[in-house]
Design a protein. Sequence first.
Length: 320
Amino acid sequence: MNLDDDTDDGTALLSVKLLRLFDLLYSTNSVTRAAEQLGQSQPTVSNWLGRLRRQLGDELFVRTAAGMQATPRAEELIVPAREALASLRRLAAPAQAFDPSSATRRFRICMTDASHITLLPRLLAHVRAVAPGVRLEAARIDEQSAQALQSGQADLAIGLVPWLESGFYQQVLYPQDWVCLVNARHPRIGGKGFSLRDYKAEAHVGIVGGTGVQLLEAALLRQRVVRRILLELPGFLGLAAIVSTTDLVATVPRHIGETLARTGELKVFECPVPVPPFTVKQHWHARYHQDPANRWLRGLCEDLFAKRAARPAPKRNRVP
């Protein structure tokens, strides 16, 4: 359907105004009343009717004592004409707002297991309060996350995901630096603090999963610090139980460290090795930037997790 073409070369498609005229003439049986409803003069509408007749190859409406009566050809075309107008109205209508209170859908969020501990409980509690019909699903962040976000199989990715490039938006939620977790009753580490010498002397538990581990390993290599690792874990599940019952040290991002320490069994120390900080961001594909449901979820995560001091606008990644 051509919305703007008003040419009269015998091949042009009907414009919206001619479809509206056709509908109004059929309903009112009057050029005068059709002109009033269209906000046009009667001579203008008469010209439009002439164009409509030429394009459709039929008189369409003929003058009678009862007004402008439709021809058989007009009777044949009125239903598809009205269907076309209805379709155009749906296309031009604004996107339907997302109502969390009545929504019944699933949101899939790619995140690390650290976020399962630090972010997911708070997010779930809020969703249950404001969107009781919404279901959440946590998925891993991996090499498939980009395709999942593009296809709509996943809605958001939250974390450090530096490989998401062209076609994705990102928004900073909060910064992360590094801390060390130790047993609150550690036999050698207490009120005197935690030095680099202590760090080198103590045994460690290493987290080998997560997207931030490369930053830690690179910093240790630059500083020529070699940890004596007695246990490796694929993620943060079980870390609090391990550290709180042993003398092992765990080097972790601050958010997960402080969250685990709230149990009262762990103490948090600044990491004595300079490790570059990073930012936790939420990421989504450009296809869903204006999607009402996706916008609601992103806004919710921003309200719950973004630092209040500075909330930078979303930025779209582009190919250099």
